[in-house]
Design a protein around this ligand. Structure first.
Ligand code: ZN
Length: 57
């Protein structure tokens, strides 16, 4: 299934995983929430590391 993606570097929407600017595109559809999400801690850890790298935290 092809879904709409957004480039991580130039923030434009695209349908291909590789943007025309050379950046990689990721899905804009948020992950489905489940109360018993067994991967939630992994996602939060990855997000925290990503935000610390960006200097947000
Ligand atoms: Zn781009």
């Amino acid at each position: 299934m092809t879904e709409i993606l957004r480039c991580t570097s130039c923030h434009t929407f695209t349908m291909t995983p590789l943007c025309t600017c050379g950046g990689s595109a990721i899905s804009v559809i948020p992950l489905k929430y489940a109360p018993g999400d067994k991967y939630a801690s992994y996602r939060r850890t990855a997000k925290e590391a990503e935000r610390k790298a960006q200097g947000v935290l």
